[in-house]
Design a protein around this ligand. Structure first.
Ligand SMILES: Nc1ncnc2c1ncn2[C@@H]1O[C@H](COP(=O)(O)OP(=O)(O)OP(=O)(O)O)[C@@H](O)[C@H]1O
Length: 293
């Protein structure tokens, strides 16, 4: 029996010829916030559905706090879940949904539920049917969090949230982890998880290609800088951390610089020139893969 919050061994799911997930070996520690990153279709949702026991693996196994995920009656005593596509009863109000799910899920701390409703600005009297996508997602988040489950499986939990609510989510997630709860959250946006997660796993076409701690992630995390100089752009190739330089089309003195790791040496070099515009662009996951591999 594993002491990990989540442990998978050779976990694999094939749909016909499509390998949605291939040979996943992963251990998530108790109290950890683990980010599960990958582009669309890389197998994040498949992994979460396997952990929930909603689908059966083609091969391999997984446990939640030592309980095999196929034993759903026992495993779900420890689990909270927010799906990527929230489906709730449209005719019920937020409050009715939370009461119903509270009864199904077991123990709920009413004071904590009220705090969550407040934090996420949920209007409990509104019917689900008339709520926006983001507001429905917030109800699902409150429902998953209110019973303080040992392990939370969150599929792109902040996808529909505005920045303020995303911040609230981060506060609540950190509190939960500090209490010893484990959070497994999927995302296709590096930026969204890098401030929150202790470690991230990077999934590509069904395979885990990297598990990295935050410091390593900074090394992986490429930054793209668009700089416009007053006059000709200086030569920047060879400056420490600079992975690529290309001219910006149609902008005199403009270059697009890809920096892998710390931008310190580049900034020192830039300081010797007159810079009239500077803009940072967050790279996509694909761009990070390209820089890193
Ligand atoms: N029920 C299914 N039948 C057939 N193929 C499926 C099924 N579910 C998922 N797949 C395929 O498995 C692969 C992984 O899908 P999955 O939904 O796990 O990706 P994802 O990383 O969650 O993507 P997204 O970010 O778009 O939600 C995709 O190629 C998808 O088309």
């Amino acid at each position: 029996m594993s002491d990990a919050a989540i442990a998978t061994a050779d976990l694999t799911k094939h749909y016909g010829r499509v390998a949605a997930l291939e040979g996943l070996d992963l251990e998530v520690r108790r109290g950890e916030i683990f980010g599960f990153l990958g582009p669309n279709g890389s197998g994040k949702t498949t992994t979460i559905r396997l952990l929930l026991g909603l689908i059966r693996p083609t091969r391999g196994s997984a446990t939640v706090l030592g309980v095999p995920v196929g034993d759903v009656v026992r495993s779900h005593r420890h689990l909270g879940y927010v799906p990527g596509e929230v489906a709730l009863w449209p005719q019920l109000t937020g409050d009715e949904v939370l009461r119903l799910l509270g009864n199904v899920g077991g123990w709920v701390d009413p004071g904590f539920r009220a705090e969550l409703i407040d934090r996420f600005h949920v209007d409990p009297s509104e019917r689900i049917r008339s709520m926006s996508k983001g507001n429905r997602q917030k109800v699902a988040l409150v429902a998953a969090l209110m019973g303080r489950p040992d392990v939370l499986l969150l599929d792109e939990p902040t996808a529909g949230l505005d920045p303020l609510m995303e911040e609230q989510f981060q506060v609540v997630a950190r509190d939960a982890a500090a209490r010893g709860q484990t959070i497994f959250l999927s995302s296709h946006i590096l930026d969204e998880v890098q401030d929150l997660c202790d470690r991230v796993g990077i999934l590509r076409a069904g395979r885990l290609v990297e598990v990295a701690a935050l410091e390593e992630l900074r090394r992986i995390g490429a930054t793209i800088l668009e700089v416009v100089f007053d006059g000709e752009a200086p030569a920047l190739e060879g400056v420490e951390g600079v992975a690529g330089v290309e001219p910006m089309a149609g902008v005199r003195g403009g270059v697009r610089i890809t920096v892998a790791g710390e931008p310190d040496a580049l900034i020192r070099r830039l300081a010797g020139h007159r810079v009239i515009r500077l803009h940072t662009v967050e790279p996509s996951l694909e761009e990070i893969f390209l820089t890193y591999y």
